[in-house]
Write a protein that binds this ligand. Structure first.
Ligand SMILES: *Cc1c(COP(=O)(O)O)cnc(C)c1O
Length: 340
């Protein structure tokens, strides 16, 4: 951080950006590109694949909105897919069979990986998988860390994510050629060695050198930050009354922790009591196709049920067991108010 300022290099592809990309690349044994945020990371990947008007891209009906917004931003059509009741991620058995999708944005929702083997088996050969791992630092699919899957995987460095930098995004891919094309997209369609020559249209999705310095300090503590969140989830599972059902975990998955999510059939009655006691618990997102720009007249029964019953509990790296105990007590009290 001090170095970023001392170097007098606070914009453009600064040295800290390159160091960050090297550190993240090493962690995943993939090629990494830093960019402005997790939403533009997805957009850059779609543009790199030349996804645009006339193309359809699949994404889960239940997620934070970024994947759907990125699909629409590049001019493509979004087709939503229901989620699996255990993994809460895109259901490979619900992929539409009536059309050819150019890509799937597979979101590792709330710290749980997608079922990548089944997705590979069920998708059409032409459909490219993109992994949105923004909520799944440290989660594993059959022993392999989230961020390792698909043509490309993306992360967000938004403040509420497990690894943060105020704002920021990361894009990972296995191939040098793909990384080069992603970097063209992120840096105005030009390469550092040939300024003002534009191979493609590109745009400016860059991360600043200052943000990269913040991100690098966090990435160096990746495992520690992941472990701290995991500990908080464990405390919650030990302290919460059993009426609050924890997020299910598939047999092939190792959970990561973003925000701890639990469900209760009476969520909407409970939340006002919990919030009135000063605990910032929040209902999970409504399904994306319930929002005006994304309405499609289809039903997503599993996504709708999870969206109706699940809520997010305060989760941040510096929480103590006493914080978790206090919140759990308030949840227990809310339960008494609602059920008596
Ligand atoms: C947070 C998040 C993003 C990206 O967020 P930015 O705020 O744009 O960095 C993308 N996808 C999912 C699933 C997210 O939760």
């Amino acid at each position: 951080m001090h170095r970023a300022i001392d170097e007098g290099w606070i914009s453009g592809t600064g040295p800290q950006v390159i160091l960050l990309e090297q550190a993240v690349g090493q962690h995943f044994t993939r090629h990494a590109t830093a960019c402005a945020n997790g939403t533009l990371a997805l957009e850059a990947v779609l543009r790199t694949l030349n996804v645009g008007a006339g193309d359809t891209v699949l994404c889960p009906a239940l997620t934070f909105v970024s994947p759907a917004a990125a699909i629409r931003a590049v001019g493509a059509t979004v087709r939503f897919v229901d989620i699996d009741p255990v993994s809460w991620t895109i259901d490979p058995y619900a992929l539409p069979q009536d059309m050819l999708a150019r890509a799937i944005i597979a979101v590792d929702l709330l710290g749980h990986p997608c079922d990548y083997d089944s997705l590979l088996e069920r998708k059409l050969p032409e459909t490219i998988i993109i992994e949105d791992a923004a909520e799944a630092h440290g989660a594993q699919y059959k022993g392999v860390e989230c961020g390792s899957f698909g043509f490309a995987a993306t992360f967000s460095l938004y403040p509420n994510k497990a690894v943060t930098a105020g704002e920021g995004g990361l894009i990972l891919t296995n191939w040098r050629w793909a990384q080069e094309r992603i970097q063209l997209q992120v840096h105005h369609g030009m390469k550092a060695e040939r300024p003002y020559y534009h191979e493609i249209i590109g745009s400016n999705y860059r991360m600043s050198n200052l943000n990269a310095a913040l991100a690098l300090a966090q990435v160096e503590r990746w495992d520690e930050l992941v472990a701290a969140r995991r500990q908080i989830a464990t405390w919650y599972h030990e302290e919460l009354p059993e009426e609050f059902i924890r997020r299910p975990v598939a047999s092939w998955a190792t959970e990561g922790t973003w925000l701890v999510a639990v469900s209760h059939a009476d969520r909407d009655a409970l939340l006002p009591h919990i919030r009135a006691s000063g605990v910032d618990a929040r209902a999970l997102w409504p399904i994306i196709p319930s929002n005006p720009p994304y309405r499609d007249g289809r039903d997503y029964p599993v996504a709708e049920r999870v969206s109706r019953e699940a809520f997010l509990l305060p989760t941040f790296g510096t929480m103590t067991r006493d914080d978790v105990r206090h919140i759990s007590t308030i949840l227990a009290q809310a339960l008494m108010k609602v059920t008596t």
